[in-house]
Structures are given as structure tokens and as C-alpha cells.
Design a binder for this molecule. Structure first.
Ligand SMILES: NC(=O)c1ccc[n+]([C@@H]2O[C@H](COP(=O)([O-])OP(=O)(O)OC[C@H]3O[C@@H](n4cnc5c(N)ncnc54)[C@H](O)[C@@H]3O)[C@@H](O)[C@H]2O)c1
Ligand SMILES: N[C@@H](CCC=O)C(=O)O
Length: 526
């Protein structure tokens, strides 16, 4: 298959991709119900407790039993990672890069089976699941290539200008030690695998914690790492709750650095914890979004409608990059709304295993209840709900949806005073405002403590204005493939400004790997 899968190309895959996914789904479902232990020091480790997990799209479908790590397991993982660190750090750059690349190769060979598991566990549709798995493969490749291209970040510097002595200088970047990776539920493979690949190739050892709702993805990553032949202890995997195992890892004295991807409140708490103690330790925190899109009177409205619907409702709005605030010029607002309504009406909501369904469920009962609460809050405080607003699961008339957390994509025109303009909702809800003045639209788009992604539809001559003024780390102009979503490693570096990110350096950017390293200046006089 010559097709290159990315989030920008996933809308029109070859037929063979569907066939292979369906074969894989049958295999993975047939093997369902298994126990999934932890992975520590190169071996499976049983936890004292296991939790049964079921599919978000069908509460009768049992996925398996997943280990719930406790503080003792966290300690064992940290000890293993610490013990493995000296030898891993001393392993050559080329060997570390080879092993990291090997993980990507193994994952790519399993891409369909892993994607099937992601669909079952998270409820994302097949193309999103395949996309996430391929993205993870690409992270492993990208970081291995990038680290090698920097020759391990060893740079010779000029000798000191001292008469009668040779004083040689160099800058050498060195790993920190044991790196903790804490992943979110929505991209449980890619946002576990990406930071893991970066930490490993730079010479750190890793303890990964998967999100409470999505323990399977991390375990599948662990299997790829094990099968690639990384030495015991170099990578360790824990599944379990943030409050128990996550906090134990953050507090642990062996923790040298953290990459956290998740919500703003947890990220800020972790940044504070990592900044206190005997000395501050690095904390790369990739956090939430409240992403805007501006549509001017010069926009191509068909293109805008396609990009807006994909980004607001794709994966049920459960992307940090999801579009949630739409500012439309009053002259084109009705025409755009008409197009959005037509596209929303065409969205098939249902079992994400099925090819025809573009939108699966939200991830759990809390997200399902949140949707109801937000829809009620919009209706009761002055918003005009244009499309959607109903929960479709549990008590639905349609029996095919009866056991899942299904909801309708919601579009509402809301007064600017509405508090939901400021809150990340993480469900498929898009709020719309009509503006008269372009600069007002920009002021509103920037009126958020977050600054992750932003979209724009307008004339070519307006694009520089958008770039110069928008406060966001990831920007897209006139992109029907996704107004605010769909970054891919090697194509779009991905990181947030303001409250959306702690470092100002993006994932898969030129500057990313250096964050996993500390500089040592070396002067040697002969
Ligand atoms: N900026 C990005 O790149 C990016 C990418 C994906 C998701 N996100 C954000 O993630 C959020 C959705 O994911 P989520 O609901 O899993 O987020 P979350 O903050 O609830 O959880 C994220 C991870 O942190 C763990 N955790 C929770 N409390 C903890 C604690 N006290 N100590 C240590 N670990 C703890 C969780 O178990 C989970 O593994 C959204 O806000 C979304 O915008 C951001
Ligand atoms: N990388 C994904 C978002 C990841 C966050 O949830 C995108 O660009 O849409």
C-alpha cells in the first residue's frame, strides 16, 4: 500500500486498510477478556488488584482485566529504572537509536491489531485509531532520527585563547536519569509513546503511567518495547489511578523529570510539585485547550465548514486540539451555519467498530454526564442551540446505541457572557459568535488563559494578520482537513502557549529532545 496515513489524509483511505482493520478487530475481540499485568524490570508483574474494563460504546462488551498498580509497584518500577540507568546512559547513541527505531518497526507490524484495541478501549473510529497508532510509530522513528542528526548533542567548542596551554572545550548534553511519563486517556498510545521514545533515545530510563480509563494502550506499547529487546528496567509500565500511582511517581525520590499530558489542574499541580523539594526538576506539561477559529467574510465557506466539523466533533471533541470557539463574520454567519447544519446532520453516530460510523461515544459516564450538564447550561442561559443537544445512550429509542455513551454533536450560538466560552468541555460542543469587526474577533479568540491550537478561514492576504496576532502554539489557515486538529510528527510541531504548555517548545519540534537532556560544559587542559 503506497498510501501514507496521517490525520490529514485519513479521510480517504484505500479499501485494503478497511479490510485489514476488520480482520484485526475480529482477532482482537476474539482474544478479549484477558488479564493485563504491569511490566516492570523486563517482566510481567501482577498487581494486588485488577479492574474489569468494558467498552465505552457497549457496556456489555468486556475488554479484559487490567492491573491497578499501587505505591509498592510504583516503587519497584522506579528501582528497576534507576538500576538500568547507568548502562542505558552509557549505551552508544547509534545503539539506542536502533532499539528505539525497532520499537517503531514492531508497532508498525501490529498497527491494525493495536488500532483495533484503541477503538475498543477509547471508542475512537477506525481511522482515528489507525492514525494514532501510526503516529506513535512515527514518533519512535522521528526521535531516533533527530537524535542521531544532532550526533547526540555533543559539540566541540574552540580552545581557550591561553598562551602556552591547550585548553579544550566541549558542550555535552547528558540525560537526567529516571523519566516519568504520565499519559492522558484520549491519545493513550501516542502521548505515552512519543515522550517515552524521546526520553529513551536521549538516554533516560522510563516509568510510564497510563490513564485510568485506558490501561490497555500502554500495555500494548510495553509489549512492543519488550519485543524490541530493550534491556530490563529501561522501560517500565504501570496502569492505575492518578491519585494513587501517579502521585507516588511524582513524589518518588528517583524521579528526575516528568512529561505529563493531561488537564490543566493536574498539570499545574505537578509543575508545582516538581518545582519544590531539594531542587527543581524538569516538568514538561502538555495541557488543555480552548481552541478558537476565526472565519472572515472572505472565507471559502465549504472549506471552512468541512474543517470546522472535523475539528469540533472528531473523536467527540475529546482532543486537546478540538475546536470549541467559533467566531464568524456576521455577513457570512447564516451561510456558514447552514453548511454546518447540513454536515452535522450527515454525521453517523454509533458503534465505532463499524465503518459507516464517524462518531463513537464519549469515553465514560463522567463525560456523558458533563455533556448533559453543558447542554442544559447552554439552553438555560441564553444560548440558541442550533444542532444537537441530546444524549443518545442508555435510554435511547435506537437500541443500537442503548448501551454506550453516545451524544449528538452540538452547535450553539451563545452570548459572550456565557461561562462555557472559558471552559474546556472535552465533549462534542461548539459555540459560535457573530462578529462585525475582525480585530474584535481576534481579541475574543485570544481571550483565554489557554493557547494550544487555532484555526482561520479567510483570504490569502489575511493569513499574515492571523499569524501575527493569534496567541496559539499550533495554527492552521484555510485547512479543510481540520480547522484546529490533526498535527503530525515531522509536519506540524505540536505545543501550547500560555496555560496550555509549560515549556514553549513543541512535541516533535527541532527543540523537543533537548528538554530531556542537561548540558555539561567540559574543559580539559592538556
Ligand atoms: N497539550 C496536549 O498535547 C494534550 C494532549 C492530549 C490531551 N491533553 C489534555 O488532557 C486532558 C484529557 O486527558 P485526561 O482526562 O486523561 O487528563 P487528566 O489530567 O485527568 O489525567 C492525565 C493523566 O494524569 C494522571 N493523574 C491524574 N491526577 C494525577 C495526580 N494527582 N498525580 C499524577 N498523575 C495524575 C491521570 O491518571 C492520567 O494518567 C484534556 O485537558 C486535554 O486537553 C493535552
Ligand atoms: N495531536 C492531536 C491532538 C492531541 C491531543 O489531544 C491533534 O493535533 O489533533
Amino acid at each position: 500500500m503506497s498510501f501514507r496515513l496521517t490525520y490529514a489524509t485519513m479521510y480517504n483511505p484505500p479499501e485494503a486498510m478497511h479490510e485489514r482493520f476488520e480482520e484485526a478487530m475480529a482477532r482482537v475481540e476474539a482474544a478479549g477478556g484477558a488479564r493485563h499485568p504491569l511490566f516492570i524490570d523486563g517482566a510481567d508483574r501482577d498487581a494486588a488488584q485488577y479492574v474489569e474494563r468494558r467498552a465505552p460504546f457497549d457496556s456489555h462488551l468486556r475488554l479484559g482485566y487490567f492491573a491497578l498498580a499501587d505505591a509498592g509497584d510504583a516503587h519497584a518500577a522506579m528501582e528497576a529504572a534507576r538500576a538500568a540507568y547507568p548502562a542505558w546512559r552509557a549505551t552508544s547513541v547509534s545503539e539506542r537509536a536502533r532499539l528505539v527505531r525497532r520499537v517503531g518497526e514492531i508497532m508498525e507490524a501490529r498497527v491494525y491489531d493495536i488500532a483495533a484495541a484503541l477503538t475498543l478501549e477509547v471508542g475512537k473510529n477506525r481511522m482515528e485509531a489507525l492514525g494514532e497508532t501510526q503516529e506513535t510509530v512515527d514518533f519512535f522513528r522521528h526521535y531516533a532520527d533527530d537524535f542521531e542528526s544532532h550526533a547526540g548533542y555533543v559539540n566541540a567548542l574552540p580552545d581557550d585563547p591561553i598562551d602556552g596551554a591547550a585548553s579544550h572545550n566541549a558542550s555535552v548534553m547528558r540525560p537526567y536519569g529516571v523519566w516519568v511519563v504520565i499519559a492522558p486517556f484520549n491519545f493513550p498510545l501516542a502521548l505515552a509513546g512519543g515522550p517515552t521514545a524521546a526520553a529513551l533515545v536521549t538516554g533516560n530510563t522510563v516509568v510510564l503511567k497510563g490513564a485510568t480509563d485506558t490501561p490497555w494502550a500502554g500495555r500494548l506499547l510495553a509489549d512492543c518495547i519488550r519485543d524490541a529487546g530493550l534491556p530490563p528496567g529501561v522501560f517500565n509500565y504501570l496502569s492505575g489511578a492518578g491519585r494513587d500511582v501517579g502521585e507516588a511517581l511524582v513524589r518518588h525520590p528517583h524521579t528526575s523529570g516528568i512529561t505529563f499530558t493531561g488537564s490543566v489542574p493536574v498539570g499545574r499541580q505537578l509543575m508545582q510539585q516538581m518545582g519544590s523539594g531539594a531542587y527543581a526538576r524538569p516538568c514538561i506539561a502538555e495541557m488543555g485547550g480552548k481552541n478558537p477559529c476565526i472565519v472572515t467574510e472572505h472565507a471559502d465557506l465549504d472549506r471552512a465548514a468541512a474543517g470546522i466539523v472535523r475539528s469540533a466533533y472528531g473523536m467527540g471533541g475529546q482532543k486537546c486540539s478540538a475546536l470549541s470557539r467559533l467566531y464568524v463574520h456576521e455577513r457570512v454567519a447564516d451561510a456558514l451555519i447552514e453548511r454546518l447544519q447540513a454536515q452535522i446532520a450527515a454525521i453517523r453516530v454509533g458503534d465505532p467498530r463499524r465503518r459507516e460510523n464517524w462518531l463513537g461515544p464519549v469515553v465514560n459516564a463522567t463525560a456523558y454526564a458533563n455533556y448533559r450538564q453543558y447542554a442544559d447550561a447552554l439552553r438555560s442561559s441564553g444560548a440558541r442551540v442550533i444542532s444537537g443537544g441530546a444524549q443518545l445512550g442508555n435510554h435511547a429509542a435506537d437500541p443500537a446505541l442503548a448501551n454506550g455513551y453516545y451524544v449528538e454533536p452540538l452547535l450553539a450560538e451563545a452570548p459572550l457572557s456565557h461561562p462555557l466560552w472559558q471552559q474546556e468541555m472535552f465533549v462534542p460542543i461548539l459555540m459560535l459568535h457573530r462578529y462585525r469587526d475582525r480585530d474584535d474577533a481576534m481579541r475574543l479568540a485570544n481571550d483565554s488563559p489557554m493557547g494550544l491550537t487555532a484555526g482561520f478561514f479567510g483570504s490569502e492576504s489575511e493569513v499574515p494578520w492571523f499569524h501575527d496576532n493569534i496567541e496559539a502554539g499550533v495554527t492552521y489557515a484555510n485547512r479543510p482537513q481540520g480547522a484546529t486538529t490533526g498535527a503530525w510528527p515531522g509536519y506540524q510541531p505540536f505545543g501550547g502557549w500560555k496555560g496550555s504548555g509549560s515549556t514553549g517548545k513543541a512535541i516533535a519540534s527541532f527543540y523537543y529532545l533537548a528538554q530531556y537532556l542537561r548540558e555539561q560544559s567540559r574543559t580539559v587542559v592538556e
